[in-house]
Design a protein around this ligand. Structure first.
Ligand code: ADP
Ligand code: MG
Length: 618
């Protein structure tokens, strides 16, 4: 695979983003210089127009320089003024974190950073540019093409905005992919049969989405999607932070309302860490050293307490899932799978509630915060050809065969043969004392070998002998991975020749398959004529060879007239061959056949006489 074909897959998340690529047939997510695969979707704009900083560093600066740091910009993508925007983490209207949300001159919503209006496309482009850089550093080559995921509920304007952000970042966006579809791909749900229906429950950092998908001929369709743009991990952090604030100073410290922005940020950070800790442990200790001077704040938080706090939020996902199922016309029991996506599904209570909603133990085989990105990478791999499309793998898209006498295509495995498959045929030498045969492996639907594609070729040699004495078996075998093995065996010597042809046999782009079939239809008539001409020519050559061999042996027994008739017919065949006209060839072959009738009889008689004589001698 050449570098120019690389397509990266990107999960452009509200709170976190990831990038990956298919390397040597495997989808992988790429780590940045610090070894992290997760990039905070935060952009910090420095003073005096200093280049923006993206990721963890920007995320940290939001605390001290909230007015310069844009977070959750995805909430604004493709939004017009007047449309609801999920409120910022402080819960204030018209704010996104520490920056003000404002209408641009074109009526779209953007952010104001240090007095300058910036579009969400522009801010998202910074994140995408950063991810492109992460990929290029990891791969040590440049990339220009990408698949980017968006929520299923994104409308056309929001998808266009995402595409535009990619373009600004120097990426050709090959596809905008729905996040639930990406997740389903990552879980391998495209391999479910028939019209399977699946649920994707995505509880991320900023939003909750549930989608019901239906698989139709290997492609997912979104039957229904519901969600809440104000329900994510950030909101859980917020709840826990406010609760912790009430615990401080025995509740006499003024609580959340009495805190400075910096203090709130510290408590929020501690709450986030505690939340993550509680997914694995029954209790965690929250510590804030030097909280308000010399005094430290310490508080043990038990999982039960945390669950009590967040339960009302988690319960809200129940109604949304139920609505999605009603809209899609399914009940939980009819779903072939229900997968959990998004970092917040690591929370035991969330898993439990999701399990109750979908009436099954949730599938936790994938990292929830990496699933969407992994699906984007898989889709990118399929588009770029780095991953074989499993759907196409189970039949041969085009016929496979070898070239035989007269330059004809001899089909061994016809088009649409289910794989794995095996088939073979026996071949012989066309001329006396031929010492080898060239096996040219062909793919395509045309009658003449030269109009098909050559997948490989090799030489088989065999023992010298009269025409038709060699026996070469040619066998084609395609395994489940689509690898074609061609074996040619001289059955007299037992010698084998084997070539392996990787993937090419089944891995043909749909466009190329269509083109080949269209050509075979367009040329059907001329191809048929050409095949008949080639066959007639093979017959002519056989006849001429036979006549030339017999004349010196038994020709003297023929009359002058018979010899003249044969000479005339031979000349006619030679002329017809030179002209390559089907009618003339057939006629000439027929006349030569007739003219040599007595010659053939004489030959047979002589052979019988010789055999008899040998027997008498013996
Ligand atoms: P998005 O796609 O919305 O950006 P993600 O799917 O990446 O979000 O999820 C991020 C959220 O997951 C954050 O709120 C983070 O705190 C939360 N999260 C990550 N790991 C855990 C964990 N172990 N327990 C609870 N929450 C977690
Ligand atoms: Mg997400």
């Amino acid at each position: 695979m050449s570098a120019a074909d690389d397509i990266i897959g990107i999960d452009l998340g509200t709170t976190q983003s990831l990038v990956g690529v298919v390397e040597s047939g495997f989808p992988i997510l790429l780590a940045d210089g610090r070894g992290s695969r997760l990039t905070r979707s935060a952009v910090y704009y420095g003073t005096g127009g200093a280049g923006p900083v993206v990721g963890e560093e920007a995320w940290r600066r939001r605390v001290t320089e909230g007015g310069r740091t844009v977070v959750s910009v995805k909430r604004l993508m493709g939004r017009r003024a007047g449309e609801a925007v999920g409120a910022g983490e402080e819960g204030e209207q018209g704010m996104l974190g520490g920056v003000r949300v404002a209408e641009g001159t074109d009526g779209s919503m953007g952010v104001v950073v240090e007095g300058q209006w910036r579009s969400p496309v522009e801010v998202s482009a910074e994140i995408l540019r950063h991810l492109k850089g992460v990929a290029e550093a990891a791969l040590e080559r440049s990339v220009h093409r990408a698949v980017i995921t968006v929520p299923a509920y994104f409308n056309d304007a929001q998808r266009q905005a995402t595409r535009e952000a990619g373009r600004l970042a120097g990426l050709t966006v090959e596809r905008i992919l729905n996040e639930p579809t990406a997740a389903a791909l990552a879980f391998g749900l495209d391999k479910l049969g028939g019209r399977s229906k699946v649920a994707v429950y995505d509880f991320g950092g900023g939003t909750f989405d549930v989608s019901i998908l239906e698989l139709h001929e290997g492609v997912f369709q979104v039957l229904a999607t519901h969600g809440d743009t104000r329900l994510g991990g950030d909101d859980l952090d917020d709840l826990l932070a406010r609760w912790l604030a009430e615990q401080m100073d025995g509740g006499a410290g003024g609580g959340w309302a009495g805190m400075s922005a910096l203090e709130r940020a510290r408590v929020l950070e501690a709450a986030g860490e505690a939340k993550v800790g509680l997914s694995g442990a029954e209790e965690v200790e929250v510590r804030l050293p030097f909280w308000r001077g010399a005094q430290s704040f310490t508080r043990l938080v038990r999982r039960g307490e945390f669950e009590g706090l967040i339960r009302p939020l988690v319960e809200r996902t129940r109604g949304l899932c139920r609505r999605a199922m009603v809209d899609a016309g399914v009940v939980a029991a009819e779903l072939s799978a229900a997968v959990l996506v998004g970092g917040s599904t690591r929370i035991p209570l969330v898993r439990q509630v999701a399990g109750e909603i979908f009436e099954r133990a949730p599938d936790t085989s994938q990292h929830p915060d990496e699933t969407v990105a992994l699906g984007a990478v898989i889709q990118a791999g399929i588009l770029g050809g780095a991953l074989r499309q499993v759907v196409l793998l189970d039949v041969t898209p085009l016929s496979l065969g070898i070239e035989t006498f007269g330059g004809l295509m001899n089909v061994i495995l016809p088009r649409n043969t289910t794989i794995p498959a095996r088939a073979g045929e026996m071949f012989t030498n066309a001329v006396t004392d031929q010492v080898g045969m060239r096996v040219r492996v062909l793919q395509g639907e045309r009658e003449m070998a030269r109009d098909n594609w050559t997948l490989g070729e090799f030489e088989v040699d065999f023992a010298k002998g009269p025409k038709g004495s060699a026996r070469v078996g040619v066998q084609f075998e395609i395994d489940a991975d689509g690898i074609l093995t061609v074996l040619a065996r001289d059955t007299r010597t037992g010698r084998d020749q084997v070539v392996q042809i990787r993937h090419a046999a089944v891995d043909v782009s749909e466009a190329r398959v269509e083109e080949m079939i269209a050509q075979s239809v367009d040329h059907a008539l001329e191809d048929m004529v050409e095949r008949q001409v080639a066959e007639a020519e093979v017959k002519s050559r056989e006849l001429l060879e036979a006549v030339r061999g017999a004349l010196p042996e038994v020709g003297s027994a023929l009359s002058e007239g018979e010899r003249a008739r044969i000479a005339e017919a031979v000349e006619e065949v030679e002329q017809a061959m030179a002209a390559g006209e089907l009618g003339r060839l057939k006629g000439a072959n027929g006349r030569l056949d007739a003219a040599t009738e007595r010659l053939a009889t004489l030959l047979v008689e002589r052979a019988m006489d010789e055999a008899l004589a040998r027997r008498l001698e013996g």
